[in-house]
Design a protein around this ligand. Structure first.
Ligand code: 89V
Length: 338
């Protein structure tokens, strides 16, 4: 199959991992980089021997023959770059969160649909090896019918050191982490029927909320509690792991620190360790996240080649609806029916 030609839009913190992750896949060729600061694109182009380097998106789209673009910029520019590429019928992969609001995300998807430009969202938490293994255990029926779950991302990791723009967001942890955690909830338990949320800001040096709790009733009746915090100083720092406890009629599945999955039934507890693939280019502090980029890219590549893909724009819009439904609930104190 002909290699698909693509460009990366944005050569900041995440591009340093997305680019080598693409090089772990077959079927796509990175031919150009764009950054508003040319020198930042030139540096990565030199490191990875990429021929095209631009600081003008119109010039890139006019001069390069592309099958898709991978947009890895801050959320405020996602719609702009998506529309630039979609207007030319080029397929788009966009970093999560899709856009700064639900309506802007919906408009982004509609623009792509109206221009026959497939939209995919690079939402990689569901592609973490421990989460995939947990889903397999749930689907096997080993713990019976699931009735409740807790999905947790609680940390004190200094995330603003690597991503300082996060401290400026009016809406922080639900857009940055809720986009991941609520997507894991949908991946494991399907879509939600209703939700109730609470948020707070603990860190006085940031603008947005850094703690959020979301209680959902899923369409299949599962009670799913999602908690997220960057203000949690715990005995074991789990960053960037998502810990999950699922209870069913025949037992429980507990994905706990250091990628240990414990399945408990009346016969006892069976533990297994599911370590992420440690690629040489990943940052060990982000290992499970950086490793999942490869599997997410492979899934999206299947979609780009006409096959199935999990994190399409249309699917991810349902996760975006949960994020903004949580904000609405926290603001009004009401249960949101989806
Ligand atoms: O992947 C992300 O969205 C980053 C994180 C620190 C969670 O890896 O914000």
């Amino acid at each position: 199959m002909k290699k698909l030609r693509f460009a990366v839009i944005g050569t900041g913190f995440w591009a340093r991992y997305q680019i080598p992750a693409w090089l772990e896949t077959e079927g796509a060729e990175l031919v150009a980089l764009y950054n508003r600061t040319l020198s930042k694109a030139e540096a990565l182009a030199e490191q990875y021997n990429i021929p095209g380097v631009y600081d003008d998106i119109d010039a890139l789209l006019a001069q390069e023959e592309l099958d898709f673009v991978d947009i890895i910029t801050d959320v405020d520019t996602h719609a702009y770059f998506t529309q630039k590429a979609a207007a030319k019928g080029i397929a788009v992969i966009c970093q999560k969160p899709m856009a700064p609001s639900f309506n802007e995300a919906k408009a982004m998807l509609e623009f792509c649909q109206n221009h026959q430009s497939p939209l995919f969202i690079h939402e990689n938490f569901r592609w973490q090896a421990p989460i995939r293994q947990l889903k397999q255990a749930l689907d096997s029926g080993r713990i019976g019918t699931v009735f409740k779950a807790k999905v947790s991302f609680c940390s004190a990791f200094p995330v603003f050191d690597n991503q300082p723009f996060l401290a400026e967001l009016e809406h922080f942890i639900l857009t940055d982490i809720g986009s991941h955690v609520l997507d894991i909830c949908r991946f494991l338990f399907g879509d939600a029927r209703s939700l109730y949320a609470l948020t707070q800001r603990v860190n006085p040096r940031i603008k947005g909320e850094d703690v959020a709790h979301v209680l959902m009733e899923m369409e299949n009746g599962v009670h799913c509690f999602a908690e997220m915090s960057y203000a949690s100083l715990l005995e074991k720092e789990a960053f960037p792991q998502t810990l999950v406890l699922v209870e069913g009629t025949q037992g429980s599945a507990h994905l706990t620190n250091d990628f240990v999955l414990k399945i408990t039934t009346r016969e006892g507890t069976f533990s297994e360790k599911i370590d992420p693939v440690m690629y040489p280019w990943l940052d060990p502090e982000y290992a499970v996240v950086h490793s999942s980029i490869v599997d997410c890219n492979k899934d999206i590549l299947r979609g780009l080649q006409g096959g199935p893909c999990e994190t399409t724009g249309a699917d991810n819009l349902k996760t975006v609806a949960l994020v903004w439904g949580a904000y609405a609930s926290a603001k009004t104190g009401q249960v949101i029916h989806l």
